[in-house]
Design a protein around this ligand. Sequence first.
Ligand code: GLU
Length: 423
Amino acid sequence: MNTFLKQFQKSLNNVFTNSLISSHIREILSQPTNEIIFNFPVKLSDNSVKIFKGYRIQHNNILGPYKGGLRFHQDVNLDEVKALASLMTIKCALQDIPFGGAKGGIQLNPHEYNKYDLELITRGYTRAINNYIGGDYDIPAPDVGTNAEIMDWILDEYNLINNKDEKSVITGKSPECGGSLGRKEATGRGLGVILNEVVKDLDNVTIKLEGFGNVGYHIVDYLNTLDKNFMINTISDHTGYYKIDYDDLELYKLNNFISYLLQYQRDHGSLKNIEKFSFKISKIDKEEYLKTYSDVFIPAALELSIKENEANILNVKNILEGANGPLSDSAEKMLLSRDINIYPDILCNSGGVLVSYYEWVQNNTNQIWTKEDVNRRLDKQMLDCYHKITKSKNNKYRNECYKYSIEKINEIYQKRKSYLFRL
Ligand code: GLU
């Protein structure tokens, strides 16, 4: 079992220690309901035929149809997808949306393929999972390495095969194809809304951001619309670690470094060479990146990026998890013992699946909501969720989230499947 999956099991077990919830629920949630793995052939544009390994793990559907993203990444593997699918069950329950949890993916590096081949691979994957998905059964969405364009291809292939027009089979589509306005920005915006609440008593807030993909970009873009001074003093992406000098706050504001970062990312697709264009930005090593103090750290890259070595020198006060599972279990223990507040993934990055739910509702009722309407609902629901979890003030927010979700799942099992609990 890989570390990430073990971590899920641990978080699950923590809820059942000293708890009255039936241990049957732990047994049920400790394994996914369906593990679908397929090797499917695709004829690529150079006429070669390649076999790809695809996954769809359906963890639990007591709350509603299976729901969760599709990841295209070279490290995708069974245990990882199982852990991610399990997190989706907990995440949807936490947000009180009527979905279960699932996750899928293809083991491939999307950067190694041109767009034409990616489309062929995506359509091949869709044919392989066709019998296992559907708007009232299992609804995929974007995740690491996938985007609205890929969702549009899946929508098209699925409806072609089944001779239907079922938009709700997938979320995160482009608005032109039935996607919700605000979906692309939702994960980042949702995290930004919580962040703004966490630091409401501070005037100036320094931020250390790890990862500048879709989630990281939209966190920064959202914070840039607020009145408070949010200063990214350290940032990293796959091209390295960078520090932004902000000793002169007026100068920082004047130059609007945040807008500059966003513009640079839009123009170049990464932060590569940014230090050559601004004397306020320097390239640093990982150690300096971690040791530089920031009020908030946002890991928004991949799972397990912070293990014991990193946690040991990480100099921050609050951590808001943008990625799923970025902290190892021992790193989390160390950070909690130093009184660092950890706001978990299932809370902080749940804006994405929340707006996926809004998209699904719009598709099922033939409505198109305005972006303002979507954002208003998203902001309110993120804040409500944040307050219900942090009201306990015991700082173990991950445990609070799991507890809330599992109690909810337990109640439904007791009612719907009472035969499992009869003495
Ligand atoms: N992949 C996202 C997540 O991990 C979104 C899933 C969805 O919208 O269904 O939460």
